[in-house]
Design a protein around this ligand. Structure first.
Ligand code: TRP
Length: 333
């Protein structure tokens, strides 16, 4: 049974950028060939922090359009919105009663997101990893592509699965989901500061390549991207002193599917201005067609809505069947 099933979630955001693409979406595109894939737009995770309802609705559609524009085939994969499958919330409640407070207290992402004022964080933000476990185990996913920041949450998901199987004497009911750590980059950094993640909230638009940027903008942003005056060399990989250089090399390597080491060898001794020209060309080749598709979808919402409706139906079929069994095991049915 589902030997190779992937569930992955992506939080809906507007203004998707190269970090979203290389960090997550591009991996999904590659994985769809090998796995049965459920790609979920995690709108319920998005409301764990303050949000605007209209913008959330808009972002769900925009993120769906980015997935499809990037090459995820909506006919062979299931693309759906988390809140359109009610079973996620139900299972999350059951898992809230399985997970221990001590486990959640160790989650570093909560500490980071809650910041200095933990008392004011939503309870939802605290129990966010439990909902994520429900997303994954709902479909008995065998594999989950995760970035650095979600590894600990996947560990928690596995702990929940183990405890559930033990507590209810349901040996092997939940299979242990394995992480898929992509060979590419898990973090694209800001073009202005190699120690900060590329982010849509950084003030300067020069810090990121948006998926909808045009050719001139891409060239300009890469030209202006921070580097150092040294030529390209192995100390970019070995040391930590050249984070901006490392970031550009990483991006280049991800776009060409070459190892970082290979890229450095190829360009060893050369200066960054030449490298940047090539990098811009690569980005233009990759990003421009995606941006064009995303813009097209903006005027064809009905098409997107239809895809999500279809995904909702297919996801509900699997989720409801599994939830029924789970409720029986727990004594809720
Ligand atoms: N929390 C993930 C993120 O912010 C998104 C997500 C929600 C997810 N549910 C998931 C990822 C299940 C993988 C599996 O990136």
């Amino acid at each position: 049974m589902n030997q190779n099933r992937i569930l992955s979630g992506i939080q809906p955001t507007g203004n998707l950028h190269l970090g979203n693409y290389l960090g997550a979406i591009n991996n999904f595109v590659l994985l769809q060939k090998k796995f049965e894939c459920f790609f979920m737009l995690a709108d319920m995770h998005a409301i764990t922090v303050n949000h605007d309802p209209d913008i959330l609705r808009q972002n769900v559609l925009e993120t769906a359009s980015a997935l499809i524009a990037s090459g995820i085939d909506p006919d062979t994969n299931i693309i759906f919105v988390q809140s359109s499958v009610g079973a996620h919330a139900e299972l999350a409640w059951i898992f809230n009663c399985i997970a221990r407070i001590g486990w959640l207290n160790r989650m570093t992402q909560f500490k980071e997101k809650a910041g200095s004022n933990k008392e004011k964080a939503s309870v939802g933000l605290y129990t966010y990893p439990v909902l994520m476990a429900a997303d994954i185990l709902m479909y008995k996913a065998t594999h989950v592509p995760v970035g650095d920041d979600q590894k600990q949450h996947l560990e928690l998901c596995r702990d929940i699965a183990i405890k559930f199987n033990n507590d209810f004497n349901a040996k092997d009911f939940f299979t242990m989901p394995e992480p898929i750590i992509s060979e590419g980059i898990s973090r694209v950094m800001s073009l202005r500061d190699g120690l900060k993640k590329m982010s849509k909230s950084e003030e300067s638009d020069l810090s990121r390549i948006n998926l909808t940027d045009d050719e001139d903008l891409i060239i300009k942003k890469i030209q202006k991207a921070k580097t150092d005056s040294e030529p390209i060399g192995p100390n970019i990989i070995a040391g930590t002193e050249r984070p901006e250089a490392r970031n550009l090399i990483n991006i280049f390597s991800a776009l060409t599917n070459k190892k970082v080491k290979e890229v450095v060898q190829e360009w060893e001794g050369k200066i960054f201005s030449d490298f940047k020209k090539e990098l811009s060309a690569l980005l233009i080749e990759k990003i421009l067609p995606i941006g064009k598709e995303i813009k097209k979808f903006k005027s064809n919402k009905d098409f997107l809505i239809k895809i999500l409706e279809n995904g909702k139906m297919k996801a509900n079929l699997v989720a409801n069947k599994n939830l029924k069994e789970i409720k029986e095991i727990v004594g809720l049915a």
